[in-house]
Design a binder for this molecule. Structure first.
Ligand SMILES: NC(=O)c1ccc[n+]([C@@H]2O[C@H](COP(=O)([O-])OP(=O)(O)OC[C@H]3O[C@@H](n4cnc5c(N)ncnc54)[C@H](OP(=O)(O)O)[C@@H]3O)[C@@H](O)[C@H]2O)c1
Length: 231
């Protein structure tokens, strides 16, 4: 699915929710990117903000990822608001299973380096602090385009807690720059985890979005970290 198509879907959803006569009817947004496997960035983006649109207009929008248009009715009949991987005969709801068992903290290797992209941001800061205080992580590589600038306080705090903090000034969507940053990870503290929190936030209610805002906020930059999506 192309970015142009993302804008077209946005316009369609906006028209639907804006039309009085559409009250009581449902809009079914159909994708064919197999969301449960390896979606392309635009399909993933449509799924994410359609999820927000569903929250704003409960019961009025269904999003279904199907193998063929013959499967659309099957997806709608499931009664789920988000249906992924509809490939006859199976229908998989895109609901996230929540376990009731409290999970014990996993054993993070204190000798390993944990990379956090977008580390200077709201989520990255929380993640870094949480990993150090709750999981005993001791080697952090904090990556963002501004690097250390603006994150001195965070670095001081983490270092006071016993962590060694290294900054990388890098655009995570720039493959060469990212490779260079990863090459700096010392062999004695190899990379053991990557947490991807880099992203550009430009959110708003569905009727206030424009293709440009969607591009800037969700799909403008594709991460070079495989399988990682920011929003
Ligand atoms: N905050 C929330 O409650 C929340 C909830 C759900 C989803 N999200 C999503 O999570 C992501 C992060 O949210 P946030 O609230 O933490 O945003 P934020 O406070 O704006 O932080 C974003 C961070 O990402 C970095 N960054 C942006 N583009 C980058 C790039 N190309 N390469 C490297 N670093 C980059 C920024 O630093 P530089 O500008 O220096 O690069 C900044 O450190 C966003 O995509 C957001 O939509 C956030």
């Amino acid at each position: 699915m192309s970015r142009t198509r993302v804008g077209e879907v946005l316009a369609l959803v906006q028209r639907f929710v804006g039309e009085a006569e559409s009250d009581g009817s449902r809009l079914v947004v159909v994708t064919r990117g197999d969301m449960t496997l390896e979606p392309d960035p635009a399909t993933a983006g449509v799924w994410v903000w359609c999820g927000s649109a569903q929250a704003e207009y409960p019961g009025r929008i269904v999003i279904a990822d199907v193998g063929s248009h013959d499967d659309v009715a099957l997806a709608v009949a499931s009664g789920e608001p988000q249906v992924g991987g509809v490939r006859r005969p199976a229908v998989r709801a895109a609901a996230v299973a929540v376990t009731s068992e409290a999970s014990e903290p996993q054993g993070w290797d204190p000798e390993g380096t944990v990379l956090i992209t977008g580390a200077g941001g709201a989520l990255g800061t929380l993640l870094a602090r949480h990993l150090v205080t709750e999981y005993g992580v001791r080697h952090l590589l904090l990556l963002s385009r501004r690097g250390r600038v603006g994150s001195e306080e965070l670095a001081d705090e983490l270092e006071a807690l016993g962590a060694a903090v290294t900054f990388a000034t890098c655009d995570v969507a720039d493959r060469e720059s990212l490779s260079a940053a990863l090459a700096e990870v010392p062999a004695e503290h190899p990379l053991t985890a990557v947490l991807h929190a880099a992203g550009v936030l430009d959110d708003g209610v569905v009727t206030a979005l424009t293709p440009e805002r969607v591009r800037r906020g969700s799909c403008g930059r594709r991460s070079t970290v495989p399988g990682c999506w920011t929003s």
